[in-house]
Design a protein around this ligand. Sequence first.
Ligand SMILES: [Zn+2]
Length: 477
Amino acid sequence: MKSKLTTCTFLKVKSLIILLCYSITCFSQKTLAQKPLFVVKNINIITMTSSNTILENATVVISKNFIESINGVIPKNATIIDGKGKWLIPGLIDMHVHIPTDGGPFGPKIPTQGATFFMDIQNYMTLYNANGVTTIFDLGSRAEHFGQRNEIGKGHVIGPRMALAAMIDGGEGQGRRANTAEDGRQAVRFAKAEGYEFIKIYSDLNIETFNAIIDEANIQGLKTIGHIPDSFQGKLKDAFVPHFGMVAHAEELTKHAIKFDKTEAKEMAEMLKKNETWFCPTLITIEWILKQVKSLDDTKALPTLKYVHPLTQSKWLTANKYNQWSDSATIAKFENYVKFNNYLVQACKQIGVPIVAGTDAGTSSVVPGFTMHDELELYVAAGLTPQEALASATRLPANWLGIESIVGSIEKGKLADLVLLDANPLDNINNTRKIAGVFINGVWIDKKKIDSTLAELAKWNNANKDKFDWKTMMKKK
Ligand SMILES: [Zn+2]
């Protein structure tokens, strides 16, 4: 059982929360009408281009959802935002999230019924907006996520751009399963036909199927990201087949460690480097797993818990899988994981494996949006510079996702996904938390609006707590 206690375990648990977005290409082509014209004056811009030019006291013009100019002509009739003493960074990209969707398992099913639990997706996306996260990568996507992405595209919901990965697992797991090479290839072809842009590979795949999925995904032009299946235990090197695009958690490597020392971390980092596989550490998730294995006190005390949907709060507090294994051996195991994950980040930095920021938001206690800043703080604590941490959440993930021409840095012509900060994040990475306002696809949300929206959300969640008791709802099944 304990071997199953890994980061994405919740996906394999009976899922009443269904996971899914729309094509990035469509986003880039969409011109959102009736967006006012904005000018941010006297602003310090951290461009996050590859040379990371800093532009002091600059002027940015935002027209519709694009950056029309930097230090260009100031148009008339524009709304002026005074950026004096403030800093502008590109919108942040979270490369590992799980977005809930409307769900079906409650109550008897009849034809025409549809979902029996409905989620106001704006409430969920508000957490990303409030934290300057303007692009997310969902790693367990389903059809409903395309619907959510369309709602954002239409402007009915204000939220981040969504990239979507279809997950393929082996064994007897839920969702797409493949246990032979041919089934693996077919699953990839189906996922492509259904519109998914990426393939997520999961823990129970056998070696032959894992290899076939990655090969077929490459043939179909889809990048792969994911877990390293348990079938590679004792032969980690073999998992690094050509076109394995990204490891989705540090512990996918850590669970193969024997010595848990820096030399072993370097050997693993070299496997990634040689194979051109990128690294998404999700350090915050394993920190939270360790805390929850010990006790739920930190979860209960989370100041951001009030922003989480009451059903999710109830699940985290009354049916927390991690908290069921509170023995000293498990605690020691995860303490070791936390330490070794940090060694991996250091080793990847040293030898030049690209690191991209991901949180695994949606898993227990990992609150969407807010934890992005925790993740960046952990990278700096592990040895990245603040600039490297920022690159991991802007230019680099945009590059991996293939959307670097439209987001990931602040340049004329790019989409207006921007975060206005009260202090310089290059001085202290925690300054990414000091948000004065966010442009999300050209929509301006200032601090006042962020605060009032969050307050309303907390109020609604609190008022509806009694309606969303996890255990009662599960019984309705
Ligand atoms: Zn995950």
